[in-house]
Every structure is written in C-alpha cells, then in structure tokens.
Design a protein around this ligand. Structure first.
Ligand code: SAM
Ligand code: SF4
Length: 331
C-alpha cells in the first residue's frame, strides 16, 4: 500500500506514470512519426534502467501505484524484460503494463510475463495487410503484429486492449470489421481520435473522425450496451454487443476531453517529467538525479503546476506545446 497520495491543485489523485523508454520506433505511423524519423536522443541523454527505477522508487513513496512502459516503441530498447523485473520489485507498484506496436512482441511475450508485466495494449489500425503497410509505412508488419497479438494471448496477458487510431480515409470503413472481432475474441478494441501534433496537422485537419460518429456507426451494427471497461487506468468509454467476448471502446481527447479524470504524469526517455501530454511544462529529473539531488521537491512542484486540461485545437499545433510527435513524450 502506498504511504501517501499525490494530489494535484485540482484535487485529482495522480497514481499512474507512463514511462517512455525510447523515442525510437520501428514503424512510421502516418499520424505519429514523420517518414524520415526524428532527431533521436543520444545514448547518454537516455535514462538508464537504474535511473528509471530510482525515479519510480521516489514516486512510489509519494503515492505512485501503476506504471506503463511506452515510447517510441518500447520493445526496440534492449532487454526490456529486465526493466520490468526491476520495477516489479519496487514497493508500492501494483501494476506494470506495456503499450506496443507488437512487431517484436512474439519474441518477448513470455519473458515479459515472467518478469512481472501484467497487461499489454497493442496498436492495430487496420485488419488489412496492405492498409497496415500504408499506415505504418514499414511493409510486412501486419503478420508480425498479428503474431504478437497471438503470443500475448498465449502468454496469458489479460485483458488485451487494442488501440485503433481512427482516420476517415484510412480505416473508418473498418469499424464494423473491428466490432465483429469483439464478438469472437476477448479483445477490447478502443477507437482513438487523432490528436494534432506538428507532424500530423494535415491528417488531424482532413482525416479526423469524432468518436461520436464511431459510436453512431457501431449502434447501427447491433445492440450496443454501455459496460464497465476492463481493468486499467484509462479514459476509454466501453460498450459490448450482446453475447460478445470482448468490448468496443472510444477514447475522445478532442470531442469530449476527460482531463477532469486525469490520473497520470509522464516521464520521457531523457528524464523529463511531464504533468500533461501536451503543453510546455516539463521538469528535468535526469540531471538532478545524476547530481545526487533530491527529486521530491521537483516532483511535488510539477504536480502542483499540472494544468487543469489540455488546449488542443483540431488541425492546429497551438495547444500541443510544439510537440512534433507523441513518440517524443510517450503517447
Ligand atoms: N509504439 C507504441 C504503440 O504504437 O503502441 C507505443 C507508443 S504510441 C505513441 C502510443 C499510442 O499513441 C498508440 O496507440 C498510438 O496509436 C497512439 N498515437 C500516436 N500518435 C497519436 C496521435 N497523434 N493521436 C492519437 N493517438 C496517437
Ligand atoms: Fe511508432 Fe507507436 Fe508512433 Fe506508430 S504510434 S510510429 S508504432 S511510436
């Protein structure tokens, strides 16, 4: 049990940290990363696993209970199961999850499970191989992602959540097919509204679909009942079709922001603590940690200035804090 609770100026209890372990990725999703990549962090700039664990330890003593590893693509960082095992040892941490594109998951699923990983979220934007080629822009990824999903099921990860960023011209017409999968498999498929960043303004402007429209489309397929979601920390709203094994969910950062329920902070791969996914506020924890300074006042001050909400505007980078891609901060 955590000794204390981290509460921000708006009374929100913060008990969840999303940790980016790398800014690099083996895919180039059109809504996330430019085709040519980004200026990558240098090795010395990255937090080591020991440094990540030290930050988790300090935050756990303040009330942190849950952690998610993300990126970039977390599985491109070497020996990720070792980090999972190290975090699993930290007193007060009750849940460790992973967000991944699953391209490398088949190789690592069993080791991650053994190390103490509880849950995985897998990004899958289309069920059609040629569309995955067009969206993720690394041909041949579809088969690897499906192998990753199968390996995750076989390793016993539960629940399995699937993230699908919805775009009008690319995959909106697959909502029905995704919904059909939930009738057969116990997956929780969550449709996500595109959030604007520097690299995707055209998509955010021209290809945006509100999840209100997604839910309207789902309702035409069959009897859709609102349900309590699977275990997790997230902002999704879930529904289930009569008799279905899984659920469909929507994540609506643009049409209905859920900032009033925010329970999280983010740690970038180079050690910046961000109280909000968007905006300019970030506190460098890496350098003070390397100097041997106490991190507690820095974490408490970051918590105190956590903004009330994000100020994103569809098709504009005004509210994104000059963020080029979510991969830079661990989306
Ligand atoms: N590489 C891993 C993956 O794709 O799952 C983890 C990092 S990725 C940045 C985390 C999640 O953010 C993915 O589900 C991805 O689809 C989503 N994402 C990335 N850019 C986004 C954007 N601009 N709007 C909405 N979701 C986005
Ligand atoms: Fe990579 Fe994930 Fe961004 Fe796609 S969404 S480019 S898989 S970090």
């Amino acid at each position: 049990m955590a000794a204390r609770a981290m509460t921000d100026s708006f009374g929100r209890r913060i008990e969840y940290l999303r940790i980016s372990v790398t800014d690099k990725c083996n895919l180039r999703c059109v809504y996330c990363m430019p085709m040519e990549g980004l200026p990558w962090l240098k090795r010395a700039e990255l937090l080591s696993y020991e440094e990540i664990v030290e930050i988790v330890r300090v935050m756990a003593a303040l009330g942190l209970q849950r952690v998610r590893l993300t990126g970039g693509e977390p599985l491109v960082r070497r020996d990720l199961p070792e980090l999972v095992a190290m975090i699993a040892e930290v007193e007060g941490i009750e849940d460790i999850a992973l967000s991944t594109n699953a391209v490398l998951l088949a190789e690592h699923a069993d080791a991650l499970k053994t190390a103490g990983l509880k849950r995985v979220n897998i990004s899958l934007d289309s069920l059609r191989p040629e569309r995955i080629d067009a969206i993720a822009r690394r041909p041949g990824s579809h088969a690897k992602i499906l192998a990753g999903l199968t390996a995750a099921e076989r390793a016993g990860f539960e629940p399995i959540k699937v993230n699908t960023v919805i775009m009008r011209s690319q995959n909106f017409d697959e909502v029905d097919d995704f919904a059909q999968i939930t009738r057969e498999r116990p997956w929780h498929i969550r449709f996500i509204e595109v959030m604007p960043t520097g690299a995707n303004l055209e998509i955010s402007r021209d290809d945006f679909v509100s999840c209100t429209e997604v839910v309207a489309r789902l309702r035409r397929i069959g009897d859709l009942r609102p349900v309590q979601g699977p275990l997790g920390n997230g902002p999704a709203t879930y529904y289930r079709f009569e008799g279905a094994a899984g659920t469909v969910g929507v994540i609506t950062p643009m049409s209905h922001n859920y900032c009033d329920r925010c329970n999280r902070m983010r740690l970038t791969a180079d050690g910046l603590l961000r109280p909000c996914l968007f905006g300019d506020i970030q506190t460098n924890l890496r350098d003070p940690l390397r100097r041997g300074d106490s991190l507690v006042p820095l974490i408490e001050e970051t918590l105190r200035i956590k903004p009330e909400r994000h100020y994103l505007v569809q098709g504009s980078d005004v509210g994104s804090g000059r963020l080029v891609a979510l991969s830079q901060v661990g989306g």
